[in-house]
Design a binder for this molecule. Structure first.
Ligand code: PCA
Length: 212
């Protein structure tokens, strides 16, 4: 059976939870659209996360890869459009590293586009009453580095598609008035994203950009 790799991250920034970790754990072993989903956890550490991701690509040889991370403060499930060649951390990672204005790949391209059908994923989630929107930036922390590293690694793997999806906090993490989504909603949202990605070769051409 073909495989789909879903990665989540361990908690970071002093938190004890990360919704992406729960998503990867819960989807591990599930069969979606005749593909076996393999859920794995990455360290929230610059460099080490990409080393582990490349190891997983070699070990598991997936047909599709979706990396998932927490974007606290966002209210929607947000497929990311683009990864940029920049690490610029506002807080230290879990190994105490805090790169500033550093390239991820020396002399690498400025950016890579996601090869997931991001508009189709947003449309499917919206149709299922899950708040979703395309995001135009994955930030400049470990998530963006993993996204860039994934797309860089996939240049050498023909036909393997991949991308990154940021998710909101869990209700337990959000303070009063801050947005969150229940774990079950996020797990099923990512299951749907896998199904859409596997079955959609050509993305929908619908409006979904920012208005600012
Ligand atoms: N979110 C962070 C890193 C790990 C995670 O889940 C980010 O957005 O960069």
């Amino acid at each position: 059976m073909k495989t789909v790799l879903i990665t989540g991250f361990e908690p970071f920034g002093g938190e004890s939870l990360n919704p992406s970790q729960e998503i990867a754990r819960q989807l591990n072993g599930r069969v979606i659209a005749r593909r076996r989903v393999l859920g794995r956890i990455l360290p929230c550490v610059f460099g080490a996360a990409n080393v582990e991701l490349r190891r997983l690509l070699r070990e598991l040889d997936p047909e599709l890869v979706i990396c998932v991370g927490q974007a606290g403060g966002r209210a929607e499930i947000t497929p990311e459009r683009v990864a940029i060649n920049l690490a610029d951390a506002r807080i230290p990672d879990n190994a105490g590293q805090q790169p500033v204005d550093a390239p991820i790949v020396a002399r690498g391209p400025a950016a890579y586009w996601s090869t997931l059908p991001i508009k189709a994923i947003v449309a499917a989630l919206t149709a299922h009453q899950v708040p979703a929107a395309v995001s135009q930036t994955a930030g400049t922390f470990v998530c963006n580095q993993v996204f860039y590293g994934l797309m860089h690694a996939l240049q050498g793997r023909r036909g393997v598609r991949g991308g990154f999806i940021h998710v909101p906090w869990l209700p337990e993490q959000a303070k009063k008035g801050q947005p969150s989504l229940p774990q079950e909603t996020m797990v099923e949202a990512l299951a749907l994203a896998v199904a859409v990605a596997v079955t959609t070769r050509r993305d929908l051409r619908i409006a979904g950009g920012a208005s600012h």
